[in-house]
Design a protein around this ligand. Structure first.
Ligand code: PRE
Length: 647
């Protein structure tokens, strides 16, 4: 074997290379700032998931050429993109609130340097590239007082943790404050056992910690029943106790980063019960902030509905009616009024929009008390994923799998195989298991301006998605991508129909959902392909196919892994009117009773537009899980959709 280079020499090379990598990352960050500047001018959303998908796909390919694993490349770039998105958000939020721009912020937080609140505050300031003057406090009330009295610019309050849940005391403090929530930040909480350098785990007799880490590390602590637990008001206080102690038998629970500020070492790591342990903090300030429209925003409300039965449901229906997603609902008792609750609600939406304003106005009529606690940029960056197809499925090996699995095929579509109804979930479109989806099919070709106008009406009419078909004949890749972007900007999902084999490669990287056209129902290669993607798929019945054939084709798809499968009934050829399709309503009932898969009905080719309302309602009565309606020029289908959603 050839003698390897000296270890120290190789390490020097790695050190130099890492420095270059950091320089490149810093340059990339500056470029993303330029992107934010352009988006500020063009008023475009920060997030462009289509661009991210293209970027990831290219990088996976380039990485593969360099011998790098696709999953490694993806996870690396998901972090880089998260940083880029948050950096851009911070920049635009700062531009929209110029009076908050300072060289340094005084920040009030719980505990002292080294506490998790301190780490969250440091992270927040460093992203804003401002110096932080830290103002440690003994309690949440003290934090709020420090900001209200002007001693601090911002206060950091931990609001929830992924393992121990909501932090009730913070909700109680929020009931009475005049402060506004202006931001949020989430940090990874890596609990470690921190000791003086010479301590060993077997020597430890006392552990100091805040009650939250103690509850989050209960499984680890139960291994040492002889160790005494002493509660502290913050993790920083716990660390101080250890460093000030004159013996080596004491330890604290805290982060390795925090511990190093006290010269403590982490002798055990990963103490939390749950592998992913994160805490979300809210940032409060005296003045509310404005969130530019390009940023994903959250609005937090508190309200008291009174004790009338169903009052909360009524209030929540207002949010539903305005298509507002509620990402959190908490209730807390109101001091002095037993059995009455104050509700805390996080809405995904910007207070500046009429949608949110209108909802609040309606809530004001239904509630006894309502207050907006703040509107702020949402800092959760959901990572963009690539489908299996985009991760490049080797065609030969996929055929091999197809042969193997088909011999082990046991009626996967049947209710005997799976008793629960399958539900297709694609953002706000849910099909099956009691949820009804409404999709609008439009005719191509269409130009982007006209598409944007139509998409707006389609959204307003209550549909959740647009279906595009005849792709390859009508559009090139670029046009298809820009159509998908226009549809996404209208807040709708883009469903693409695979009419021929070439459509699959074109549509699967862009679409939110696929429909395999009935004429391809017997194409086993295409069934295998749609069975291998991580995308919801509807399998349309061939106009000549029996229900058995249809369900057998569904089994082929399910056998390849894709369980997000639904069926699409568009009509069958009848002997009475061979030139026109007729909707097989008896077939719909049969397939619903035999299979757990959701069934959506496409009325485009089988129903006379004059009788659409009657037929669409019949389809709903027969337990179909959704409907596809063809767009008709100059005809509004809003009333019809509305009636389908009435119980
Ligand atoms: O290209 C953009 O529009 C960017 O904002 C840059 C970037 C990136 O960092 O690559 C970040 C966010 C977008 O979602 C897509 C890409």
């Amino acid at each position: 074997m050839q003698k390897p280079p000296e270890l120290s020499q190789t390490r020097e090379q790695i050190t130099a290379l890492d420095k270059s990598l950091l320089e490149l990352l810093s340059k990339r960050r500056q470029l993303s700032l330029n992107v934010a500047r352009s988006k500020e001018v063009d008023v475009r959303p920060i997030r462009d998931t289509q661009r991210e998908k293209e970027l990831l796909e290219r990088l996976v390919q380039q990485g593969r050429e360099q011998g790098l694993d696709a999953h490694f490349v993806i996870s690396l770039y998901q972090s880089i993109i998260e940083d880029s998105v948050l950096f851009q958000q911070t920049y635009l939020h700062g531009r929209a609130n110029p009076d908050t721009q300072k060289q340094q912020y005084t920040v009030a937080y719980l505990g002292a340097r080294g506490s998790y609140s301190y780490l969250a505050a440091t992270r927040y300031c460093s992203r804003r590239q401002v110096a932080m003057i830290d103002f440690g406090c003994q309690s949440f009330d003290d934090i709020v007082n420090a900001v209200e009295s002007g001693h601090a610019d911002y206060g950091f309050l931990p609001i929830e943790n992924t393992s121990s849940g909501s932090i009730n005391e913070v909700y109680d403090v929020l009931q009475h404050t005049t402060l506004s929530i202006v931001g949020e930040t989430t940090i990874e909480v890596g609990h470690c056992l921190l000791t003086k350098p010479d301590s060993k785990i077997n020597d430890i007799k006392t552990i100091y910690a805040h009650p939250q880490p103690i509850s989050q590390c209960s499984r680890y602590l139960s291994q040492y029943p002889h160790i005494k637990l002493e509660y502290c008001s913050s993790s920083a206080e716990a660390m101080t106790k250890v460093i000030e102690s004159d013996n080596d038998s004491v330890a604290a629970i805290g982060s390795a980063e925090g511990g190093s500020l006290y010269q403590l070492v982490a002798i055990e790591k990963g103490l939390a019960n749950q592998k992913i342990n994160q805490s979300r903090f809210i940032v409060v300030a005296r003045k509310a902030s404005a969130v530019p429209s390009q940023l994903p925003a959250k609005t937090t409300l508190i309200m008291a509905t009174g004790q009338k039965p169903g009052a909360l449901v009524e209030a929540l229906l207002v949010l539903k009616a305005h298509n507002l997603n509620m990402s959190k609902l908490e209730s807390r008792p109101i001091p002095g009024t037993p059995w009455e609750e104050m509700f805390y609600i996080d809405i995904d939406g910007n207070l500046a929009t009429t949608q949110v304003q209108q909802a609040i106005k309606e809530l004001e009529r239904l509630t006894r008390f309502i207050k907006v606690l703040g509107c702020y940029p949402c800092e959760t960056v959901k990572p963009t994923q690539l489908s299996q197809a985009q991760l490049l499925i080797e065609p030969d090996s996929s055929k091999h799998i197809a042969a193997k699995v088909s011999s082990n095929n046991q009626d996967k579509h049947s209710r005997d195989y799976k008793s629960q109804d399958t539900q297709l979930v694609c953002q706000n479109l849910h099909i099956g298991a009691g949820q009804f989806g409404a999709l609008q099919q439009i005719n191509l070709p269409i130009d982007n301006t006209e598409l944007a106008t139509q998409a707006k009406h389609i959204k307003e009419s209550g549909f959740q998605a647009i279906v595009l078909n005849d792709l390859k004949n009508q559009l090139n890749e670029q046009q298809l991508k820009s159509h998908a972007q226009v549809i996404e900007q209208a807040g709708l999902l883009c469903v693409m129909q695979i009419d021929q084999e070439q459509d699959f490669a074109l549509a699967s990287p862009i679409a939110d959902m696929l429909i395999l056209a009935g004429k391809q129902m017997y194409n086993s290669d295409l069934l295998a392909l749609i069975g291998s993607v991580n995308l919801p798929v509807l399998l349309e019945r061939n106009t000549m196919a029996s229900i058995d054939d249809w369900l057998q084709a569904a089994d082929t798809v399910l056998s390849h892994g894709n369980q997000q499968l639904g069926l699409c009934e568009s009509g069958v050829r009848s002997f009475t009117h061979p030139e026109q399709l007729s909707l097989d309503l008896a077939g719909l009932v049969e397939v619903k009773s035999r299979s757990h898969l959701p069934v959506i009905v496409n009325t485009s080719f089988s129903i006379d537009p004059a009788r659409l309302t009657t037929h669409a309602n019949a389809v709903k009565q027969l337990n179909a899980d959704g409907i596809i309606l063809l767009k008709q020029d100059g005809v509004s289908q809003a009333d019809l959709i509305h009636s389908l959603y009435q119980e």
